[in-house]
Design a protein. Structure first.
Lengths: 207, 207
DNA sequence: TCCATAACAGACTATTTAGTCTGTTTTGTA
DNA sequence: TACAAAACAGACTAAATAGTCTGTTATGGA
């Protein structure tokens, strides 16, 4: 029996992730997670010291996957050619293409669930999320810095943060309207707006 | 004593709103609300039949205030002059101006708290939120329809929804970074992007 | 001037919840 | 081939939680 506990741990994490994204952390009881993962009290507290430790592990795994998704976008941008504006738009296009697939699996984001509950904000559980947000900003800002016309009134870091803002806002919009296509549509809006902003010539040459 | 229970009811709603926005609905106990509002079990269940009924009243009041804020933006747009593009940008400018004030009072949005918990989504509590989102979309879309250049690839409804998306995304960003200025900054980004998109001539005349 | 009732106050209860504790079953390993 | 320990299984517990119930008090209308 003690050959390998990893599959059980993964089953618990999978069930907990789905439940927390859908119901929220406080509204998800340990017994709910146990039932959904077909495990037991013993199994749960063998793998996680507390419900808090589950939250930590959940966020850690989710952030790792998120950073991989960021990297795939940065790779797509580099593969789009040498032009900075084309690269920046390709970065956004990459996620427009992924959007429907992301919403198919589970129609929500763990970040939103964690960030709306103070008990998770104060307990270092959310610290990796702040790191991920920073990575998305820095990654896209590097692409934008070379692409934005000189004299643009738009702050590069703020525009880079707008990718995260669009993701999270679109997840909430999709939940309220029960229309999962909103993630793709909102990322498409951002793509179109950024493309126009990058196409606009240097501000001082506008007539 | 039974002169008027409205002040007590308001105190309970005020305390509950702050707690739910900060901690989430499930993480806020009725006893927490009672303590924060300096009332009692008797007072609470005299004014609200259940915790669920509190959530309903909370959302109803919040939506009413939100729709008033929308109207103030539409009024500001009309007051900005006859030019459709100027009006649309003035609408966004209005909220850029309000942003820091909104974050000062309480650094979060009830919508995000409600939309992340399934139990509130299934119980009609969140229905007024969907109505409010629709009102924001329709209100801003009407302004945009006249202002967007012919042949723009951007869907008017989706761009209109992006205001809600920016608000909610920015609230989450602000909570993660503990920097309340993000609401103003992200609304500023949206304003600048929309201004550029509206300034871009009709798509078929671009060279 | 009553007195029905709105507006509370607070003890009490049934259920839920996170976490504990005692066992049991397999292994990898000495 | 013992055997220490990982990997569970599940009964049990103390605290928290939503909601109830019995009072009490002060009005405003008949």
């Amino acid at each position: 029996m003690p050959k390998n506990g990893a599959p059980t741990r993964t089953r618990i994490l999978d069930a907990a992730e789905a439940l927390v994204i859908d119901h929220g952390y406080a509204a998800t009881s340990v017994d709910d997670v146990i039932a959904a993962s077909a495990s037991s009290k013993g199994a749960f507290f063998h793998h996680f010291a507390s419900k808090q430790a589950l939250a930590d592990a959940l966020v850690e795994r989710y952030v790792a996957a998120d950073l991989e998704m960021l990297d795939s976008g940065l790779a797509a941008a580099r593969a789009a050619g040498p032009d900075p504006a084309v690269r920046a738009v390709a970065f956004l296009d990459h996620f427009v293409g992924l959007a429907d697939g992301l919403m198919g699996e589970q129609s929500g984001c763990l970040y939103a669930a964690v960030l709306t509950e103070r008990q998770l904000l104060t307990s270092q559980t959310s610290a990796p999320i702040a790191t991920a947000i920073r990575a998305w900003r820095d990654g896209f800002a590097a692409l934008l810095r070379e692409a934005l016309p000189a004299g643009s009134p738009i702050d590069v870091d703020d525009l880079a943060d707008h990718v995260f803002v669009t993701f999270e806002g679109a997840f909430l919009l999709a939940r309220s309207t029960e229309d999962p296509s909103h993630l793709r549509r909102q990322l498409g809006v951002l793509r179109a707006l950024v493309e126009t902003a990058l196409a606009a010539g240097p501000q001082e040459e506008r007539r």
